[in-house]
Ligand binder design. Sequence first.
Ligand SMILES: [Zn+2]
Ligand SMILES: [Zn+2]
Length: 170
Amino acid sequence: MKYNLTEIFDNPGKTANEELEIELDAILIMGEEYELKDSSPIVMEATGIEQGKARVTCKYSCKVILNCDRCLKPVEHSIDVNADIVVFSPDYTGEEEEACEFMDGYKLDMDEFILSEMLLDWPSKILCREDCKGICTVCGKDLNNGECGCDRFVPNAAFAGLSELFKFDN
Ligand SMILES: [Zn+2]
Ligand SMILES: [Zn+2]
C-alpha cells in the first residue's frame, strides 16, 4: 500500500504511528516464487524533519520456506525487516534531495520499500542444519539418513588432464 505523507511533510516535528497491512503475499526471486507466511503488520513511524522532509521507520516480519542447498529439504526461514529511510516531498526546496524509488508523489510505497529490504537481506546460503550431508549424486538418497554405498568419486579436471597425457606412453 502507499502511505500518504503530506501531513508529515507539512508539519515538521509531527509523528505518525501506523500499523499497515502488507499487500505482498509472495516474493519472486530468480524466477522462484516464495509465499510470505505469518506476515506481521508493517509497524511504521513517520516523523517530519523539516518542510518536505521526513524520516520513516518500518518493522515487519514473516516466514518463507526455502530449500536446503544440499539436500533440498524445506527449511523455514524467518525474515525480519527493520528499516528506515529519509524521504522528500516533490516540492521540497532544500539542497539534499535524493531521488527515492519508493516515492510516488507524496506517497511512500510501503510494499516496494519492504520488498527491497527483504531482497537486500535475502540469505545467500540455506542449510537445514550446519552439517547437512546433502543427497547422493548417484542414487539421490538423503545422506543425513545414512550412507548408501555408492561410488561418488569424480576425478577432478586437472587429474583427468594428467591421465590424458599418460596415454602417450602406451
Ligand atoms: Zn539439508
Ligand atoms: Zn547413493
